[in-house]
Each structure stands twice: as C-alpha cells, then as structure tokens.
Design a protein around this ligand. Structure first.
Ligand SMILES: [Zn+2]
Length: 97
C-alpha cells in the first residue's frame, strides 16, 4: 500500500504585480516613498525634465519622490527644467554659501 503525495499545495512563488497606476514608488533603490514626479531625459539637447508623476510608467523616465526629485542633480552641461505644476516640498532648501 503505497501512497504518493504530490503536495497538493498550488501556492506558487510568483506574486503577480498588482501595483496600481497611481501608486508607484520612488525609483531610488533605498527609498520607499511614493513617487510624485517623473524625470525624463533628452540626450540630444542635454535636458532633464521634472514633471508631475506621469499617469503611466515610462521606461525612459524615472519616478521620484519629492525629496529625490529635488535632490536629483544633472550632469555637467545639462539643463534641468522643473515643469511640475504641483510642487510638493517638505521644506525649502537653503542655498549654501
Ligand atoms: Zn525617493
């Protein structure tokens, strides 16, 4: 009398990504804040744009939280343009002299 157990559990290690369209997180690895801005690049004109969070994730853009969106620098010779309408800033950064 042998009984083979196939392990009826069907719980697979494959969590389906069910991230809502408006609940994306900051793309910084060490940051888990909700993203509020989308940063995109144009290499031909060396411009970086900071926009309000895009409705859909763009593979060519980065979602950033308010803090990282403000801290994000640009390479030398590049121009950063902040086009956000709803600027959410926890504090105004001082200009270090
Ligand atoms: Zn962040």
């Amino acid at each position: 009398m042998s009984r083979t157990c196939y392990g009826g559990s069907t719980a697979g290690p494959s969590p389906v990504g069910t991230v809502g369209p408006m609940s994306r997180l900051c793309s910084r690895p060490s940051c888990s804040s909700a993203a509020s801005a989308t940063m995109s690049y144009d290499y031909s004109s060396r411009t970086v744009w900071v926009d309000d969070l895009a409705p859909e994730a763009d593979p060519n853009a980065y979602d950033l939280c308010p803090v990282h969106a403000d801290r994000q620098g640009v390479p030398q010779g590049w121009t950063r343009t902040d086009r956000r309408v709803t600027v959410v800033r926890p504090f105004f950064s001082r200009i270090a002299v």
